[in-house]
Ligand binder design. Structure first.
Ligand code: KIV
Ligand code: NA
Length: 267
């Protein structure tokens, strides 16, 4: 099989909903590859894997290492790698240089960056030079320090024009799809109607052309999750049970058993 491409995703506008999840490691990516149209190596890994308070400290080197791991473990899904905070905002040249590093060093099929109007010129610059770009508007977690926290967007009608202008600017700049995060349902529907590219919702209702969730959140591996996360599993509980069963058996010398030890040959 050949991989899903950015163009394949682009063509899914108003079609069968696009299925996507994040993954940061080889084993999880291999499990998701079967069902996902694309896998996002999200900078949410800073919080989910590294225990950071936000995505702000995530580096380009971290994203490249995880992008490589996910590429090695998958063969079907399009792999999209997030550009981390500070790696693309300075100039379109800085953005291109770092996007090229991600593409060349991981072999992934696209990058994602946050921001609307102010990033449109950069998106166009990258796309014209061969870098497929996914946009991300609404709640943009890298801006946590100026937004003053993680909160839903567009719950006041007065906020709508700016968010709609952001979405349209990224679409017109040539992005192949657009993540819409934590926006009021009717605004998500309006964005989806207005832009020419598929919208990928997270906390943005079923009106979007596709959905994404952070895998660890929907599996019940993370502690506190936002309102928009549905729990499709409770792996934390299973891990806790397995680990405590192991601890008890170690203390009781019931593990390792005879089947887990090496005998001397011929004895
Ligand atoms: O980093 C991430 O996981 C994301 C998704 C939530 C869209 O950007
Ligand atoms: Na992200």
């Amino acid at each position: 099989v050949s991989r899903v491409t950015a163009q394949d995703v682009r063509r899914r506008k108003s079609g069968e909903p696009i299925v996507s999840l994040t993954a940061y490691t080889a084993p999880m990516a291999a499990l998701v590859d079967e069902v996902a149209d694309f896998i996002l190596v999200g900078d949410s890994l800073g919080m989910v894997v590294y225990g950071l308070d936000s995505t702000v400290p995530v580096t380009l080197d971290m994203m490249i290492l995880h992008g490589q791991a996910v590429m090695r473990a998958t063969r079907k899904a399009l792999i999209v790698v997030d550009m981390p905070f500070g790696s693309y905002e300075e100039s379109r040249e800085q953005a291109l240089r770092n996007a090229m590093r991600i593409l060349k060093e991981t072999g992934c099929g696209a990058v994602k960056l946050e921001g609307g109007l102010r990033m449109a010129e950069t998106v166009r610059f990258l796309v014209e030079r061969g870098v497929p770009v996914m946009g991300h508007v609404g709640l943009t977690p890298q801006a946590v320090n100026t937004l003053g926290g993680f909160k839903a967007q567009g719950r006041e009608r007065a906020e709508w024009p700016a968010i709609l202008a952001d979405a349209e600017a990224i679409s017109e700049a040539g992005a192949f799809s657009l993540v819409v995060e934590a926006v009021a349902e009717p605004l998500a529907a309006e964005i989806t109607k207005r832009v020419a590219i598929p919208t990928i919702g997270i906390g943005a209702s079923a009106a979007c052309d596709g959905q994404i969730l952070v895998l660890d959140d929907m599996l019940g591996l993370t502690g506190r999750v936002p309102k928009f996360v549905k729990s499709y599993g409770s792996l934390a509980g299973q891990v806790r049970e397995a680990v405590s069963a192991y601890a008890e058996e170690v203390k009781a010398r019931r593990f390792p058993g005879p089947e887990h030890v090496y005998a001397v040959k011929g004895e």
